[in-house]
Design a protein around this ligand. Structure first.
Ligand code: PAF
Length: 299
């Protein structure tokens, strides 16, 4: 068993830890909101493989939740999160309070805003202000942890693009690594919110991964029109009564702009994105198109 990670509570002690770690190698960073699952474990493993010292942050960031969202009931599982970090060999966990992150309150803060489709479509349209909250807290976390490399999951595809653009635009000295989505054996993408699902809802939640698979298979069989693929995803979701679709879109993988067709000769050039509510739980998922060989989601 590895040594327990050093628990860092303040900005000063986190910077001191980072400076010392950087003196003897690279610092990898995995920002999280806790409630860690196998998807996070994969991110952390990738960081441990690639970097000499790994820090994980556990902070449920209030500024990325809308007024009617699940901030208060967002799962908090600190003890088991620390145990998971320890088992994978995380060197330090930064777990700040709201007072440390937002000492002057959340309203009077400088905000990092990423423009265009990246923040106004899909999650940005449904959750106004969400990506300002994400971009701002990730910028702050980068300034506090000072990592060489930071790891993000492909599951939050739009978030990944927002953070990539922000890091480039602001010349932040951090290399970003994207780690693939981890799925349950039946295809459901791992998410901290899956633990809200009752048995029937858990079965219905497969609507998302099945719709994505339907799009993957359709492309393999020759359908390339984005509109037809979106219809195919919507039809697939309609087979699951009780699942309320927010969106099913096929867009350019690089910038979420509209496309007419998926380019069959260019793997991963498009992305299918889906969001739906199952009971009161909102889930998102995505897959790249055309799928690379072996990337078909399991039925
Ligand atoms: O993906 C998440 O868990 C959060 O959005 C992040 C990146 C930790 C920022 O709060």
């Amino acid at each position: 068993m590895s040594k327990a990670p050093t628990l860092l509570k303040t900005i000063e002690e986190t910077r001191a830890w980072s400076r010392q770690a950087r003196a003897s190698g690279t610092v990898g960073f995995v920002p999280t909101m806790g409630a860690l699952h196998a998807g996070h474990a994969e991110l952390i493993r990738a960081a441990v493989r690639e970097c000499d010292h790994v820090a994980v942050s556990i902070y449920v960031n209030p500024t990325q939740f809308g007024p009617n969202e699940d901030l208060a009931k967002y799962p908090r599982t600190f003890e088991s999160d620390i145990a998971l970090c320890r088992s994978i060999g995380v060197a330090a966990v930064f777990a700040p309070t709201d007072e440390i992150m937002y000492p002057a309150g959340k309203e009077s803060l400088t905000v990092v805003h990423v423009p265009d489709e990246l923040t106004t479509t899909l999650e940005g349209a449904i959750r106004p202000g969400h990506f300002d909250g994400v971009a701002t807290v990730v910028t702050k976390l980068f300034g506090i942890v000072m990592p060489d490399v930071a790891f993000f999951g492909r599951k939050d595809y739009q978030q990944w693009l927002v953070i990539r653009r922000m890091t480039e635009d602001l010349n932040l000295p951090v290399r970003l690594v994207r780690v693939d989505t981890v799925r349950e054996p039946d295809g459901l993408a791992m998410s901290s919110r899956n633990r809200y699902l009752g048995n029937e809802e858990r079965a219905a939640a497969l609507a998302l991964s099945q719709a994505l698979r339907a799009a993957q298979v359709a492309v393999q069989r020759g359908t390339t029109l984005a509109e037809e693929l979106e219809t195919c995803m919507r039809d697939s979701v309609a087979l699951h009564p009780g699942v309320q679709l927010d969106y099913a879109r096929v867009l350019a993988a690089d910038n979420l702009r509209e496309i007419d067709r998926v380019d069959k000769s260019s793997p991963d050039s498009a992305v299918a994105l889906i969001a739906a509510r199952v009971g009161t739980t909102r889930l998102i998922d995505n897959c790249l198109l055309p799928p690379e060989p072996g990337a078909l989601i399991r039925p």
